[in-house]
Structures are given as structure tokens and as C-alpha cells.
Design a protein around this ligand. Structure first.
Ligand code: NAD
Length: 476
């Protein structure tokens, strides 16, 4: 079978200058599913120039017209949910039911930003001493967007929709591991009313294509989602050119179950927070803390439910967990399991290959950790791997939650409003969920404390990132 070729999209055209494409490996069989043409610095330059040209007109397109275009793109995504989901499953390994939901949510993101773009009137202050101040928010210009492999369509759409809604043009560099759904998105954008050059895409590895993008003088703002180490590189490059940058990075979120929680609700929610998206989620509740008085009962139920997760072919609609993204990632996760065993953790379940001869499958892993200070509790493992730690008091739980370099999210399962309120105040995390997992309200900014990054995305966060304030003071 002829493999699809992944190219750059520049000014509405598919462009592949590199003649030595690299394979994109599908995690279900461990075999190539596409060939990717890597964009070099010259090609990145063409994309930035195309975005700059397009911005001269796009910045003056009315908000109402931009809203109509974003809504139409949402319609087109909804009409293509099946193919977008299939392409994403093929490269990422996330079960098809979940990638379909992701594609649907991506469409919702374009609708959200279409609405949100119209809700921000400019400000005016009248001063008694005879002058008036106008504060306008203007688009920043050409924005560089870099996204990771673990939810390509959704995370890239959050950036593209926010950038366009506020009058910017963009160059997207998606992950080289999962480019297919975004290639389809570019085809949809080309067929939409959005003018050529407003959205451009370059493909390739981080050290080649990503580096060329973040170092390009024509980029006015960088919005990056990915790992913490890469985030540091991106911020350093942005600092050289004094460009604003927002970084949405890793997490190791505490998932705290109090004895007074609704047991079944906490069990369902904890499992979902831990293992949704194959456990490959920045906001995964991968550090489970259980109050000691219910630990035996909760753990027994949690282990049973974890063992019952249907791991297998991600194209099968009945599958609940697919393979992890790559052989290297699987090896890294298993190295953490080995390390856990050698540092006094008890393996509660998992670590096998789900009975699959090919592909990068893993039975979801849970280990009981004697201390939150161990590397398995401190490092982001980013897969179907949770640690369980026990606690006695509320204060102890909040202290363990905060004993982390990350601060992206936290989960509280409790029947006590006071505990929830105290947790909300005590825990250093950008988002806390109480008795519900992973719901997103796009009006609220999303981002992290500490090593989870700088800045906020969605809603006001994107408004601030993708616009600049301009004050004009007029005398009477
Ligand atoms: P990664 O940092 O390896 O790569 C992310 C993107 O950066 C990719 O497109 C990659 O090609 C690019 N890149 C790599 N090196 C680069 C460089 N030197 N210059 C410019 N670009 C470069 O991350 P990943 O493995 O793709 O994704 C997993 C990570 O992303 C996890 O740490 C996860 O927590 C994080 N993440 C965070 C959020 C959030 O909202 N906070 C959401 C999803 C994923």
C-alpha cells in the first residue's frame, strides 16, 4: 500500500522540498503509516513570509467575518469526524472512540473562539481633567505554534483558533510523530473561506523544523505545548529575540481520594483521570493519594477496574486503551517500573504487553509507593502508569500534592465542602477538579505553576497571548 506523504502547507499549497522523507511509525503495529517531508530553515522562512503577507489583510478582516469563517471550519471538521479520528488513531494509538470525541471537541474549540472573539469591547476612560484614554487590543501579528503528539488535533486547534480569532496569522509545527490528522485539517482549511496563508504548517523534527521556527525573526509570539525540557529551550530562544512566549508543559497531578468521598464516583473519576488518553495526558491524575482508612477497599476496587481495562487494537470501537506512542516511550515507562521495584514500591498491577505480539502495548500499571519523594512520584512518566501513596490527614494530603516540581492540575474526591475549599486554596495547580474529572471550561485559562509552564491558554489566556494592548490618550 502506498503510504500518504506529509508535506508543508504554505500559502494554501502543499509543499515538499525535502526529497528524503522519514517514516512515521504507527504504534499499533510498529510499522510506517506515512512518510514525512521535513521542512528545513528555508521552508520555515517561506511559511513565515506567507503568514506575514496574509496578515496585511487578515488583521483588517472584521470580527464578524472571522467568526463566520471559524464557524464554517467547525462545520467542516464535524463533517469529517470519522476520517480525522481514524488518522489520529493511526498515528497516536488512541482508541477510535476517544479520537472521535477529540475531533468533535476540536470543532467546539473553533466555535468557542468564534463567540469569544466578539465579546471583548475595547476600553475607554474619561478623565475629568480634560482627556480621554482609549485602550485597544490589537493582534500581535505572525504567531509560531508548536504542539505535541498526545492530542494533536485538539491542542493545535486551541492554538490556531485563538490566534485567528484575535486577528493573527500563524505557522504551526505539529509533532513529527502524529502529523496525519493535521494534514487533513490543512486540507479543510484550504477548502474553507479562510484566505491562503492565514494558517501555514511546517512538518519535521524539533531540533530541525521546530528550532528554525522558534529562532525565526519574523515570529512575533510563540505558543508552545510539550515537555518541560523542550519548554526551556523554547523560552531561551524567545528570550534572545525578546518575543513573548507561552509554555504549556508537563504535569504530575495529585488525584486525592478522601474517606468521605462518594466511593463509586471517586473510583470512576480516579480511573478516568489516571488512564484517559492512554494515560498520555499532561493533566493525568497520575499520583493517586488515598486516605488510609479506606485504602484497602479503594485499592482492591481500583486494581480490579484497572485490570478490566480493555487494551488492544485502537481501531476497534470496543477498545478502551491503545498502544503507547513509540517503542522508546514504552521502554522508558518499563524502566520506571523497574526502578519502582528496586526502590521499595509494590507493583499492584500491570506491566505486561496486553497479549499483543506487535505494537507498543502495555497493561496499565499501578504501584504503591512508600514515599512521594521517589522519582516515580516526582517525574512525569506520561503513560498508563500511576503511583499510589497513602495519607492520614487533609494537611498531609495537600502537602504531598504540592511536593512536586509540577503544578498543572489536581483532583479532589470528597463529600466535605470545607475540604474542597481548603484544597482549592492550598494546592498549587492551574486547574483543580472537585468530584469531576477533566471537564474543561474554555472561558477559564488553562496552564500551570512551576515546571508546568508559563502563561495560560484558552479564553482570557489566549486573548492575552495573541493580542497586545495599545493605549491612546486624547486631550479635549
Ligand atoms: P516534546 O517537548 O518532545 O515535543 C513537543 C513539540 O516540540 C514537538 O512538536 C517537537 O517536535 C517540538 N520540539 C522538540 N524539540 C524542539 C526544539 N528544540 N525546538 C523547537 N521545537 C521542538 O513533547 P512531546 O513528547 O511531543 O509531548 C509530551 C509532553 O507534552 C509531555 O510532557 C506533556 O505533559 C506535555 N503536554 C502538555 C500539555 C499542557 O497543556 N500543559 C498538553 C499536552 C502535552
Amino acid at each position: 500500500m502506498q503510504l500518504p506523504h506529509v508535506t508543508s502547507f504554505i500559502g494554501g499549497l502543499s509543499i515538499a522540498r525535502g526529497d528524503d522523507p522519514m517514516p512515521v511509525i504507527g504504534p499499533a503495529a510498529g510499522e510506517p503509516v506515512a512518510m514525512l517531508h521535513q521542512a528545513d530553515a528555508g521552508e520555515v522562512g517561506l511559511a513565515v513570509a506567507s503568514a506575514r503577507d496574509a496578515w496585511q489583510n487578515w488583521r483588517n478582516v472584521s470580527v464578524a467575518a472571522r467568526q463566520t469563517m471559524l464557524r464554517r471550519l467547525a462545520d467542516m471538521i464535524e463533517a469529517n469526524l470519522d476520517i480525522l479520528a481514524e488518522l489520529e488513531t493511526r498515528t497516536m494509538g488512541l482508541p477510535i472512540r476517544q479520537t472521535r470525541m477529540m475531533a468533535d471537541r476540536a470543532a467546539g474549540i473553533y466555535r468557542f473562539f468564534a463567540e469569544f472573539a466578539g465579546q471583548h469591547p475595547e476600553e475607554m476612560y474619561r478623565q475629568e481633567r480634560g482627556y480621554t484614554t482609549l485602550v485597544a487590543r490589537e493582534p500581535v501579528g505572525v504567531v509560531g505554534l508548536i504542539s505535541p503528539w498526545n492530542a494533536p488535533l485538539l491542542l493545535s486547534s486551541m492554538k490556531i483558533a485563538g490566534a485567528l480569532a484575535f486577528g493573527n496569522t500563524c505557522v504551526l509545527k505539529p509533532s513529527e510523530q502524529t502529523p496525519l490528522s493535521l494534514q487533513r485539517l490543512m486540507e479543510l482549511i484550504t477548502a474553507s473561506d479562510i484566505p491562503p496563508g492565514v494558517v501555514n504548517m511546517v512538518n519535521g523534527t524539533g531540533p530541525v523544523t521546530g528550532k528554525a521556527l522558534i529562532e525565526h525573526a519574523g515570529i512575533d509570539v510563540i505558543s508552545f505545548t510539550g515537555g518541560t525540557a523542550t519548554g526551556r529551550t523554547v523560552m531561551a530562544a524567545a528570550a534572545q529575540r525578546l518575543r513573548p512566549v507561552a509554555t504549556e508543559l508537563g504535569g504530575k497531578s495529585a488525584n486525592i481520594v478522601f474517606a468521605d468521598a462518594d466511593f463509586e464516583r471517586a473510583l470512576d473519576g480516579t480511573l478516568f483521570a489516571a488512564f484517559a488518553n492512554n494515560g498520555e495526558a499532561c493533566l493525568a491524575g497520575s499520583r493517586i493519594l488515598i486516605q488510609r482508612s479506606i485504602a484497602d477497599r479503594f485499592l482492591a476496587a481500583f486494581i480490579d477496574r484497572t485490570k478490566a481495562i480493555r487494551v488492544g487494537d485502537p481501531m476497534n470501537p470496543a477498545t478502551e486503551m491503545g498502544p503507547v506512542i513509540s517503542a522508546a516511550h514504552k521502554a522508558r515507562i518499563l524502566a520506571y517500573l523497574d526502578q519502582a521495584q528496586h526502590s521499595g514500591c509494590k507493583v499492584l498491577t500491570g506491566g505486561g504487553d496486553a497479549g499483543q505480539a506487535k505494537g507498543f502495548y502495555l497493561d496499565p500499571i499501578a504501584v504503591l509507593a512508600p514515599s512521594n519523594r521517589l522519582p516515580v512520584c516526582q517525574d512525569e512518566i506520561f503513560g498508563p502508569f500511576v503511583t499510589v501513596t497513602l495519607f492520614d490527614t487533609e494537611d498531609e494530603a495537600f502537602a504531598i500534592a504540592n511536593d512536586s516540581p509540577f503544578g498543572l492540575a489536581s483532583y479532589l474526591w470528597t463529600g466535605n465542602l470545607g475540604t474542597a475549599m481548603r484544597g482549592m486554596r492550598a494546592i498549587r495547580a492551574g486547574t483543580t477538579w472537585v468530584n469531576t474529572p477533566l471537564l474543561r471550561d474554555l472561558r477559564a485559562g488553562f496552564g500551570g505553576f512551576g515546571d508546568s509552564g508559563v502563561g495560560r491558554e484558552s479564553g482570557r489566556g489566549s486573548l492575552q497571548m495573541f493580542t497586545q494592548e495599545k493605549a491612546t490618550i486624547i486631550g479635549d
